[in-house]
Design a protein around this ligand. Sequence first.
Ligand SMILES: NC(=O)c1ccc[n+]([C@@H]2O[C@H](COP(=O)([O-])OP(=O)(O)OC[C@H]3O[C@@H](n4cnc5c(N)ncnc54)[C@H](O)[C@@H]3O)[C@@H](O)[C@H]2O)c1
Length: 300
Amino acid sequence: MICEGRVAVVTGAGRGLGRAHALELARQGARVVVNDLGAEVDGSGRSGGPAGEVVDEIRAAGGEAVANGDDVADWAGAEHLVATAVDAYGRLDVLVNNAGILRDRMLVSTSEEEWDAVVRVHLRGHFCPTRHAAAHWRDRSKAGDDIDARVVNTSSGAGLLGSVGQAAYSAAKAGIAALTLVEAVELGRYGATANAIAPAARTRMTEAVFADTMAAPEDGFDAMAPDNVSPLVAWLASADSAGVTGRVFEVEAGKISVADGWRHGPEVDRGQRWDPEEVGAAVRDLLAKAPDPDPVYGAS
Ligand SMILES: NC(=O)c1ccc[n+]([C@@H]2O[C@H](COP(=O)([O-])OP(=O)(O)OC[C@H]3O[C@@H](n4cnc5c(N)ncnc54)[C@H](O)[C@@H]3O)[C@@H](O)[C@H]2O)c1
């Protein structure tokens, strides 16, 4: 029970990875706000739809949960989402930003609407709940409360290395990795950590594209089951992860790795403005000294 007594919000928790995170957090003793789109919530915190089913599952197992149907990328909705945790359980300790959508398309065919929809749900949908959670932690911190809070964001291998056919998604997920770095520093002063995961699992988001590689085996370890990702999320949500912040973890099946991100590389300093004709040789020399980037997913 590594999350005993903690209060967590999980966004997009009606299905897939978010559902698995909500169930694991509850198993580990957290009281959970299960967010997903469109859940009409009654006075007891129950609702229909996928979020309501997850709430029922948690309660049936003896845990505590309420549903929330707000759109995470809506400013007022995200404020209401954080307020749902405070109203139900008195405070918020853990925000797991997980909600997401795909609109896969080659860049040349991507419409304005597709670009905006993906960037909105992922990037704005991470910013809005975190912004309201941060205000909650700052207010409590100023009031003298001891805060030990967590933000767990959801990036993707697409955001770390790039992915063909997923320009908007890769850009949004890279933005989430960078957002995590800033959150770690800025929220640290109020007692909150911020980390991100880059998961891989069989969900409705991936099962059509990776039907063969992600299929469940007849017996043995179901490597691509979404609940393989959740133990790391539960640990990052727990008090035990204190001091771990500003990190991105790749997580899939039984594997956890620390993503070794952008860092300053080989450098040349001319001490004065460059002559454009000399830039080429200098840059090629730097590239010869720098490691090659890992390949973009889907590049042949
Ligand atoms: N499945 C993978 O292999 C994989 C890989 C990398 C990253 N991810 C990321 O993991 C997260 C979860 O994805 P998943 O695979 O479980 O997909 P999923 O489609 O099963 O679940 C996503 C959930 O988010 C909800 N959602 C969408 N927009 C929302 C909004 N505006 N407000 C509230 N909820 C909203 C959906 O209704 C859905 O229930 C996403 O951020 C995704 O990009 C998944």
